[in-house]
Design a protein around this ligand. Structure first.
Ligand code: ADP
Ligand code: F6P
Length: 322
């Protein structure tokens, strides 16, 4: 007897490009090993409402290149309560689901851990554009989001240069600055404001004026949403310097779009590994990639730690934007 014959998979929290590639890997690898794979629609909300669908090989065809998630996703307050979690576990047991793959971010993986406490074997697959989870160098969706932001910076740079303007671009990331840092470095931003490192508006203005004095007539400042409001920072810069300043809030266009090859590969590897773990009777694990290799972490430990920002990279971005 194998530890699992019938498993479930759900996507939860903010959608991230590559979630579909992860679903595809879970379904195809599961069916390859003869498992029954059940999709749960709308994350934990759908779990509470028993929204189960049986996957076939064909039902995940033509999705590897699509952003979003074919299973839909949701945020569900009820599932944060012990009663909601007990109900979720009971619904899984009633459906004969003996193990669950949860594809999502920090909150979603906390939900998975809660289910494990009610006796459901779980494996987490980190998928969020924010890249705010330890235990993996990259979360699924981060690379695509960074590329989307860099593309936006490139376009805005054309206008910044032509009109000799200062641009403040606010990017997502929730409480983390990884998107801002990676996109800022790749996009050649003059300043990168992240929540992990306190910033001084005087210093930003000093840098702007120093640039201006040596003939630099345009600048790009990236603000992670967790570091402050791009609108307020832009208005302050305009008020104090008199520079023609424009503000762009990129918003949800950072969440969608066709996943990059890196995200598809990451999602394929991690989704497949999640199946291996459930088939070996493992639980409370998170899969990730470290230095190019697929690794397995203890989910409880991952969720106790905080993901650090790469300070060396942040300092380098500052030096290169001198
Ligand atoms: P993400 O997974 O992208 O971080 P959220 O933080 O919004 O997104 O979490 C997604 C869902 O996961 C929540 O709506 C809730 O249903 C569930 N969840 C979040 N935190 C917890 C928690 N501490 N315990 C149980 N479930 C949680
Ligand atoms: O976690 C992904 C994310 O896009 C964050 O970067 C952002 O803070 C949040 O979700 C936005 O959530 P919503 O789509 O509910 O506005």
């Amino acid at each position: 007897m194998r530890p699992v014959e019938r498993i479930g998979v759900l996507t939860s929290g903010g959608d991230a490009p590559g979630m579909n590639a992860a679903i595809r890997a879970v379904v195809r690898k599961g069916i390859y090993h003869g498992l029954d794979v059940i999709g749960i629609r709308r994350g934990y909300l759908g779990l509470l409402k028993k929204e189960f669908v049986r996957f076939t090989l064909g039902s995940v065809g033509d999705i590897i290149q699509r952003g979003g998630t074919i299973l839909h996703t949701a945020r569900c307050e009820e599932f944060k309560t012990p009663e909601g979690q007990a109900q979720g576990a009971a619904n899984l047991k009633e459906e004969g689901i003996e193990g669950l793959v949860v594809i999502g971010g920090d909150g979603s993986l906390r939900g998975a851990l809660a289910l494990a406490r009610f006796g459901i074997p779980v494996v987490g697959v980190p998928a969020t554009i924010d890249n705010d989870l330890p235990g993996t160098d990259y979360t699924i969706g981060f690379d695509t989001a960074v590329n989307t932001v860099v593309e936006a910076i490139n376009k805005i740079r054309d206008t910044a240069t032509s009109h000799e303007r200062t641009f403040v671009i606010e990017v997502m990331g929730r409480h983390a600055g990884h998107i801002a840092l990676y996109a800022g470095l790749a996009g050649g931003a003059e300043s990168i404001l992240v929540p992990e490192i306190p910033y001084d508006i005087d210093e930003i203005i000093f840098k702007l004026e120093r640039g201006l004095n040596r003939g630099k007539s345009h600048s790009i400042i990236i603000v992670a949403e967790g570091a402050g409001s791009g609108l307020e920072i832009g208005q302050e810069i305009r008020r104090r310097t008199g520079l023609e300043t424009r503000i762009t809030i990129l918003g949800h266009l950072q969440r969608g779009g066709t996943p990059t090859a890196l995200d598809r590969i990451l999602a394929s590897r991690l989704g497949a590994k999640a199946i291996d773990l459930l088939m070996s009777g493992e639980t409370k694990k998170m899969v990730g990639v470290v230095n190019g290799e697929v690794v397995v972490s203890d989910l409880e430990e991952v969720l106790q730690k905080k993901r650090e920002l790469n300070r060396e990279m942040w300092e380098l971005a500052g030096i290169l934007a001198i």
